[in-house]
Design a protein around this ligand. Structure first.
Ligand SMILES: [Zn+2]
Length: 93
C-alpha cells in the first residue's frame, strides 16, 4: 500500500485543515550510555547469567504502522495509527 507524502488534514494546533508531511515512524537507535543499559550491563557483569529471561520471538501478522504527520504551517507533529490490517507493507511515496 502506497501513501502520499503530503496530505491535507486537520491540525489541532492551527484548528484548521492544513498540509501535512507524512512519514512512517521507526524505532530509534538504542543508546549505549543510557541508565537502563548501564544498569543492565553492571548486573550482567561477572559470575552468573542474564537476570532477565530471554524474549520469545513472536511473529506478528497484523502489525499496524504508525504515521507521523508534521504540519507545514506550525511544524507540530501528531501521531496516527494506520488502521488497516493489510498484509502488504505500507510505504510513503
Ligand atoms: Zn498546524
Amino acid at each position: 500500500m502506497k501513501l502520499p507524502s503530503v496530505v491535507k488534514t486537520y491540525c489541532p494546533h492551527c484548528k484548521a485543515h492544513t498540509e501535512h508531511e507524512l512519514r512512517l515512524d521507526r524505532k530509534g537507535k538504542e543508546g549505549t550510555i543510557k541508565q537502563g543499559r548501564r544498569r543492565y550491563e553492571a548486573v550482567k557483569k561477572g559470575y552468573g547469567g542474564s537476570p532477565r529471561t530471554p524474549k520469545k520471538t513472536v511473529y506478528k501478522v497484523g502489525k499496524r504502522p504508525v504515521l507521523i504527520l508534521t504540519c507545514k504551517v506550525c511544524n507540530k507533529k501528531q501521531q496516527r495509527v494506520y488502521n488497516s490490517r493489510t498484509k502488504k507493507r505500507v510505504e510513503v511515496e
